[in-house]
Design a binder for this molecule. Structure first.
Ligand code: VGL
Ligand code: ZN
Length: 188
């Protein structure tokens, strides 16, 4: 077994947050070195598959003129528009066929940063006996942060794979880690 496999146990799930082209260099909302975490995430995916740990991958999947875009009064440049190249998963991300895709950010009336926000994910995980979440992906200070906080709130043990995430800014990344730790998440 690899080191990672030793850490994974029955009752765990791997959650890969928004590992999409637009959040990587060359994309519309690029995070510095965002693509650098892909090989690390692939190692976790391989270990999860080997141990039959379920893999969930979320994608930000906005309609045109989504309210989170600046021109529509939101915070962000347009990004992850449905069915564009920027919205696709990073080409080097090796998701298994068994991966479960969670689509979010599709609502016209609000943004969904957390993968738990009105997706029903918490119900599904609990039904499947999942107790602990290993979370990685982008962006550490936005969607990953919201996901980790919701995971803690929902009563899961939450492990942040800190070598497999990247913040939009170092300062807010630091604050995000503080908030996640205070919420009870473990930063690995
Ligand atoms: C995200 C900004 C806007 C993310 C999504 O996935 O972290 N950030 N939409
Ligand atoms: Zn978004």
């Amino acid at each position: 077994m690899t080191n990672i496999e030793y850490r994974l146990e029955a009752g765990d799930a791997l959650i890969v947050v928004d590992m999409q082209n637009d959040f990587c260099p060359g994309g519309l909302l690029p995070i510095k070195d965002g693509h650098m975490i892909v090989p690390v995430i692939n190692q976790w995916i391989n270990a999860a598959v080997a141990k039959r740990i379920p893999v969930y991958a979320s994608r930000d999947w906005h309609p045109l003129e989504h309210l989170s875009f600046k021109d529509s009064g939101g915070l962000w440049p347009p990004h992850c528009v449905q069915d564009t190249d920027g919205a696709r998963f990073h080409p080097n991300l090796k998701l298994p066929d068994s991966a479960i895709i969670i689509t979010k950010g599709v609502r016209f009336d609000q943004d969904q940063n957390s993968v738990f926000d009105q997706t029903g994910l918490s119900v599904k995980l609990k039904k499947d006996g999942i107790k602990r979440l290993w979370v990685c992906g982008l962006a550490e200070d936005v969607c990953l942060l919201a996901t980790v906080l919701d995971g803690c709130r929902e009563g899961f043990e939450v492990m942040l794979i800190s070598t497999a995430t990247q913040a939009i800014s170092p300062e807010s990344g630091e604050k995000a880690r503080r908030d996640m730790r205070n919420a009870g998440a473990q930063i690995m």
